[in-house]
Design a protein. Structure first.
Length: 319
């Protein structure tokens, strides 16, 4: 009980100290963020995550399977889900979180390949709250975020895990994946993330003048907004020399768009006085063939207080 009390005091002191920070609005913060902090505005060859692959994996063993070294070659800084969960758990403790009083919210694509990570998060924290999201986009918006804040356990805090995903097939194709119960190795079912790829293809066609922009239709509203998110990046995606290269960049592009949207939601949704700090871990999920470990590339990890004010880069230790 004494320990819990001191932890609560530590979190409270962090939240209080934050009031003296010179706070920058998030959109501006993202636009001016130095590359070294971990935001993936990087050249194609130089990208790395901010989390070392040597992170401890001793604590959690939710995931089993063979390593898939090609994923680590292609996506530098990728870690296994076990490593990611251990790191997340330990960092939250370091920042004064009480794990049993932590509500975990996710914004991950609806593809069934992404559920094991959510299940592992639910077993670690309180039952998972979903903010997403075709292609991992936080389409629950401000209303969903505000609702999530009201569900934080008494005296607790929240953590959001978000990001796009990308598949790698057994034969090394990026943007494709083998699915355990489907024997055919070719076809639309192999696309991963299908929503992101279709949206990217569409914005490329619009850029080349080969298609009209997709009209807003309630029956496919989420896909419309995924396309909207990718439209500013159409030229960047179109500049890639080959399909594998484009598919490697696509999740990073989508991550930038999702990050911008999520931080706007946090700022808007935090103005209603609901208690609880919000830790935000963003990155890319990598889906590998059946029998192999999936991976996560952590790219951004930040702490915000109940009012949405930026407190800390959580890749670093509390100062
Ligand atoms: Zn998807």
């Amino acid at each position: 009980m004494k320990l819990l009390h001191s932890v609560a005091l530590f979190v409270n002191s962090l939240l209080t100290v934050s009031l003296s920070f010179a706070w920058i609005p998030p959109a501006r913060q993202i636009a001016t963020r130095p590359k070294s902090v971990g935001f993936p505005r990087r050249s194609f060859d130089g990208r790395k995550s901010s989390l070392s692959s040597t992170a401890s994996s001793d604590t959690f063993q939710f995931q089993t399977g063979e390593p898939f070294p090609y994923a680590l070659e292609v996506f530098q800084g990728a870690v296994t889900y076990n490593e990611m969960l251990s790191y997340l758990n330990n960092k939250l403790l370091e920042y004064g979180y009480s794990i049993p009083q932590t509500l975990c919210a996710t914004s991950l694509c609806g593809d069934e390949m992404n559920r094991p990570l959510e299940q592992a998060l639910s077993q670690t924290f309180c039952e998972n709250y979903s903010l997403g999201g075709l292609a991992g986009c936080p389409f629950g918006g401000v209303t969903s975020f505000k609702k999530m804040k009201t569900h934080i356990p008494d005296g607790g805090n929240s953590v959001i895990v978000y990001g796009p995903h990308v598949g790698i097939s057994q034969d090394g194709r990026i943007g494709h994946v083998d699915r355990a119960q489907i024997s055919a190795t070719e076809g639309e079912h192999t696309l991963c993330c299908r929503s992101a790829i279709l949206a990217a293809n569409h914005v490329s066609q619009v850029l080349r003048g080969e298609a009209e922009a997709m009209p807003m239709d309630l029956m496919d509203a989420s896909q419309y907004f995924v396309g909207n998110m990718l439209r500013p990046y159409a030229e960047r995606l179109e500049a890639h020399q080959d399909e594998n290269s484009k598919m490697m960049d696509l999740p990073y592009v989508l991550f930038e768009g999702q990050t911008d949207l999520l931080y706007r939601i946090i700022q808007e949704g935090s103005q209603f006085g609901f208690p609880g700090a919000v830790a935000v871990l963003g990155g890319i999920q990598i889906n590998t063939p059946p029998g192999y470990l999936d991976y996560y590339v952590p790219l951004r990890f930040e702490l915000y207080n109940a009012e949405g004010q930026y407190l800390a880069n959580m890749f670093e230790s509390p100062s």
